[in-house]
Design a protein around this ligand. Sequence first.
Ligand SMILES: [Zn+2]
Length: 234
Amino acid sequence: MTLKTKAIVLGGVDIKEKDRLIDLFTLEEGRITVSMKGVRGEKAKLKMAKEPFCFGEFVIEKGKSAIVTQVEIIDSFYDLTKDLDKYYEGFAILDMVKQITDQKDPQIFIETLKALKALCYENIKKYYVFNKFLMKITEILGFSFVKDRCGCCDALLGIVYFDLNKGCFVCPNCKTENSFKVSKDAFKGLEILRNIDYDKLDSINLALGSEKEMLKLLAINLEWREGIKVLKIK
Ligand SMILES: [Zn+2]
């Protein structure tokens, strides 16, 4: 059976002399493992297509194992490998995708592409893309929480806590032992990131330090709710 599908390379391991097993996130079937023959040679035709981040149309022959026979590269996102900060952020995005996509999920596929594209081609400050991506993933998984009212008593929020039990912002009266305080900057920053498109992220400046606080909040929440470990990026 032949499968033709758009896909993103999440990673892979070398096997035999010149082959590679690829962890592929496909639009049609979710995450699958495929092998690519002879791709580690200097002159190999599909050399670029085996690299992490590579987005293309893959033709896969499925028999006893799945073998890639053809790839039309749409974007290799090669520039991500030239900037260490971008590379780590991109790598953390792929790592996140690995933890959430056993099944086909076009929404996550599109979100991943948008994030990689923004990271690769726009001049966006560190952690902005990853924070936006984590927030979208949290929402796609069904845990939307960015609201201006307390998730318990509906009071308008002034001093803000995030409550892990409820997975939402709460007021000082409703906080529990599993709540932690959130700065105004981070609270506002999440709202801004939620409402802005990836390709506009280069036009904003969030309060210094708030991007790290947001990342921490999003990571703790994802781990608490779904057991997802967000990769620490330096
Ligand atoms: Zn309350």
